[in-house]
Design a protein around this ligand. Structure first.
Ligand code: 13P
Length: 252
C-alpha cells in the first residue's frame, strides 16, 4: 500500500521572516497520519527550516529543490547531497522542468544528480513532464517515457526503489491550468506501466505524484485517481491554508 505524499516546492521565494511564519503555521496544524509531508525551501533557508522542524514535535520532513551531481570540491555556487543530508534533508527534487528548461539540464545530468542523491541516502523525486507543444503533437508518452527510462536504465531497478516520480506537465506549472484528473491519471498509469517493464514490484511500490497548479479545490479529485499518490505543489505551498488543505485531502 503506497502512502500519499505532499511536497511543497517553494522555489526562489521567501525571506527569513516569511519562511519562519509559513513553517510555524504549517506545523501548528499539521496532519500526517496517512500522508507524508516534505517542505523544500531555497538552499539558503534549508538550515532555518531544519532548525524549526527539529525544535517541534512535527512529523513534517525537510527536502531540497536541487543538488550537485558532484560529491565535493571546486564547484563554485553548488550544493552537495551530503550538505543537504547533514542539515537533515530527507529528499531532493531532481530534473525539475525549470532546471531542465532554464538551466539546460539534460537527462544524463539528471541521472547523475539522481545517483548523487541516492549515494547519500536522499530520496530523489524525479520530475518529468511535457510542454504544451509536445502534448498537442501527441508526444506526451514519448517524452515522459524517455525521461523516466533514461534514469531506470542508468541507475538500475535497485536504485529506483523508494524513489518518487513527479509528473509535472510544463504547461500546467504556475499557469493556473491544471491537467484534468483524467489527463493526469492517464499519464500516471503510463508511468506505472513503464516502471513495470523493470519490475512489477517497483511499479506497485513507487509513489507517483502530480504537480502543476495543484490547489485546495482540485486536490481531492486528483488524489482520487488510482495512480496518483500525492502532489508536488508550487504556488499554493506558499500559502499555509492552501497547503494544509491539500495535505488534508491527501490524508483521506
Ligand atoms: P505550481 O503549483 O505553482 O504550478 O508549481 C508546480 C511545480 O512546479 C512544483 O514543483
Amino acid at each position: 500500500m503506497r502512502r500519499n505524499v505532499v511536497i511543497g516546492n517553494w522555489k526562489m521565494n521567501g525571506s527569513v521572516a516569511s519562511v519562519t511564519t509559513l513553517v510555524k503555521k504549517i506545523i501548528a496544524r499539521g496532519f500526517g497520519e496517512k500522508a507524508d509531508c516534505f517542505l523544500c525551501p531555497s538552499f539558503v533557508h534549508v538550515k532555518l527550516v531544519s532548525d524549526i522542524l527539529n525544535n517541534s514535535s512535527s512529523n513534517i520532513e525537510l527536502g531540497a529543490q536541487d543538488l550537485s551531481e558532484q560529491i565535493e570540491g571546486a564547484f563554485t555556487g553548488e550544493v552537495s547531497g551530503e550538505m543537504l543530508s547533514d542539515l537533515g534533508a530527507g529528499l531532493v527534487l531532481v530534473g525539475h522542468s525549470e532546471r531542465r528548461q532554464r538551466f539546460d539540464e539534460k537527462n544524463y545530468l539528471v541521472a547523475e544528480k539522481y545517483k548523487a542523491a541516492r549515494a547519500v541516502g536522499l530520496i530523489p523525486v524525479l520530475c518529468v513532464g511535457e510542454t504544451q507543444i509536445e502534448r498537442e503533437n501527441g508526444e506526451t508518452e514519448k517524452v515522459v517515457g524517455q525521461q523516466l527510462r533514461v534514469i531506470v536504465e542508468e541507475c538500475g531497478s535497485e536504485l529506483m526503489k523508494g524513489s518518487i516520480v513527479a509528473y509535472e506537465p510544463i504547461w500546467a506549472i504556475g499557469t493556473g491550468l491544471t491537467a484534468t484528473p483524467e489527463q493526469a491519471q492517464a499519464v500516471h498509469g503510463f508511468l506505472r506501466e513503464t516502471l513495470s517493464e523493470c519490475s512489477s514490484a517497483l511499479a506497485d511500490e513507487t509513489r507517483l505524484i502530480y504537480g502543476g497548479s495543484v490547489k485546495a479545490d482540485n486536490a481531492t479529485q486528483l488524489f482520487e485517481q488510482r495512480d496518483i499518490d500525492g502532489a508536488l505543489i508550487g504556488g499554493a505551498s506558499l500559502d499555509a491554508e492552501q497547503f494544509l488543505s491539500i495535505w488534508e485531502s491527501a490524508e483521506r
